[in-house]
Write a protein that binds this ligand. Structure first.
Ligand SMILES: Cc1cc2nc3c(=O)[nH]c(=O)nc-3n(C[C@H](O)[C@H](O)[C@H](O)COP(=O)(O)OP(=O)(O)OC[C@H]3O[C@@H](n4cnc5c(N)ncnc54)[C@H](O)[C@@H]3O)c2cc1C
Length: 476
């Protein structure tokens, strides 16, 4: 019997689990996929929003501002890439200036520091490639960027280093309330028991709530499509640029990522099938069209990949954080600014659990620092040499684009939460994230995975399940 089961291995489940392990060791994370960070927390813009956009006094406003203030220190502890690059919301017309004033007023009320409305010229001094037609902007110095899947993986890893357990490929299908505990059954028939449950199942959080008879909200999948450009294009923009928002959200953005690529998108389209992560010619066409408002000189020939993320859009107009039943907490409908708010959401959820009886005495042995080493390429020459002397697998570069060594790949297969497939290695080490998108390194990565896991090369998958790369030998 576990004390608390957290359903969902996204950034919310991860942060909640980590926050819980400050007080309680018996924490279980249940994730339906073969790895963590496979939902919204994998494919989003990675912006730590200042908090000027949500309605004052809403959970989104309060938790966004609090979460974004917590993020920098948290990222230091978790060894996650974070950079305060600043945000600008740009406008083109007199009407947009009025909108920007509304945003500034809202931001001031929400407690966002340093907001300033500036002219088009001032905006171009900060971002020289901005189009001539940009006539005004809201400057948000507290805006930052983070690597969203790294934040998720490292928060879950730190929770596990502190005693939490993770069950992958466990799709929660049934929840029975047995009075003092819940019986949780997976779609394969596996069963676990837990006294408390946190529902952090993202786009499926309404379906999890339905399992206990809570039909108070519904979630719609809202698809967002992106282009990712080669690091060579990094001079295009340094800050995060938004357009004045519309009813459908914040519109497309242009930003540098923490790894130095340029990210353009996302679209915003409600979809029937919540798991539809396809990109479309129409969606990507729209991104191209909208981005031209910001920059005329986008090097479209430097696109290295495109992808889709699906937002968990709730029907309550705010994050849904409540307790519909004793010992059960919903952290549902956590769409944007959910990544920015995640540390504050975790604190709120854990306080709710404590009010219901979960231990509130801090553990003396909790270690907030994520175990594990720094990326090889970020070490000094002396440190690199010392590491190679200790372990010569750090002397063999596997991914040439991102300079990832064999040692780092082996480490990602051993550290919490361990990678089990090629995409898992990619998210943990960046091997395969570069210009060639794994064209050169994938066969070597697969070989290392097979060796570490003691499986045959044919059994290595891209992303679990049947996503095998190879089917027998050509000359065999
Ligand atoms: C396109 C896009 C752009 C965004 N941009 C930003 C941004 O720039 N800044 C920002 O602050 N926020 C942004 N967000 C929002 C942010 O990504 C989310 O708020 C955040 O990732 C939510 O995390 P989560 O853990 O609730 O959901 P997820 O990351 O989706 O995690 C839920 C997990 O639950 C698992 N699961 C589902 N059903 C079950 C089940 N039955 N059993 C077991 N496991 C289950 C899923 O597989 C998944 O791993 C964006 C979102 C999208 C999609």
């Amino acid at each position: 019997m576990y004390k608390i089961a957290v359903i969902g291995g996204g950034v919310i489940g991860g942060m909640v689990a980590r926050q819980l392990t400050k007080y309680e060791k018996s924490v279980l994370i249940l994730e339906k996929e073969g790895d963590v960070a496979m939902g919204q927390s994998k494919a989003n813009s990675g912006i730590v929003h200042g908090g000027y956009d949500p309605k004052p006094n809403s959970l989104k406003a309060i938790l966004n501002v609090k979460g974004s203030k917590m993020m920098e220190n948290l990222c230091k502890d978790l060894k996650v890439k974070y950079r305060k690059n600043g945000t600008m919301v740009v406008g083109f017309t007199e009407e947009d200036v009025t909108q920007l004033k509304v945003l500034k007023e809202r931001g001031d009320l929400n407690g966002v520091e340093g907001l300033e409305i500036i002219s088009g010229e001032e905006a171009r001094l900060k971002e020289p490639n901005l189009d001539e037609t940009v006539s005004c902007a809201l400057y948000v110095p507290s805006g930052a960027i983070v690597c969203p899947y790294e934040l998720t993986i490292h928060s879950i890893g730190n929770a596990m280093d502190n005693g939490a357990e993770l069950k992958l490929n466990f799709q929660v299908d049934k929840i029975e309330n047995k009075g003092k505990y819940f019986l949780i059954t997976s779609s394969k028939g596996d069963v676990v028991e837990a006294e408390y449950i946190v529902n952090a199942a993202g786009i499926h959080s309404d379906e999890i709530a339905h399992l206990i008879g809570d039909r108070s909200f519904n979630i719609t999948g809202r698809r967002g499509e992106y282009f990712l450009l080669d690091k060579e294009t990094g001079d295009l923009v340094d800050m995060t640029i938004f357009r004045v928002p519309t009813k459908m959200g914040k519109g497309v953005l242009a930003t540098k990522t923490v790894d130095g690529n340029i990210l353009l998108g996302p679209t915003s389209e409600d979809i029937e099938d919540k798991e539809n992560k396809e990109t479309s010619a129409q969606g990507l066409g729209l991104v191209r069209e909208r981005e031209r408002e910001f920059f005329k000189n986008i090097p479209w020939d430097k696109v290295i990949t495109q992808f889709t993320g699906v937002r968990a859009h709730g029907d309550q107009g705010d994050f849904i954080i409540n307790s519909p039943m004793e010992r059960f907490v919903n952290a549902a409908g956590i769409e944007s600014p959910g990544l920015s708010s995640a540390p504050a959401i975790a604190e709120m959820v854990v306080e709710m659990l404590m009010d219901m009886g979960v231990n509130s005495e801090a553990r003396a042995d909790f270690d907030p620092i994520k175990k594990g080493g720094t990326n090889f390429k970020d070490l000094s020459m002396e440190e690199k040499n010392a590491l190679i002397q200790e372990d010569d697998t750090y002397g063999r570069v596997i991914c040439r684009c991102e300079e990832v060594t064999e040692g780092e790949i082996r480490r990602a297969l051993r550290e919490n939460p361990p990678a089990r497939d090629v995409d898992g290695i990619k998210r943990r080490t960046r091997s395969g994230m570069g210009r060639c998108q794994g064209g050169f390194c994938m066969p070597n990565v697969a070989e290392i995975i097979a060796d570490e896991l003691g499986i045959s090369y044919d059994e290595v998958t891209k992303m679990g399940g049947n996503s095998k790369y190879t089917f027998g030998r050509i000359k065999g």
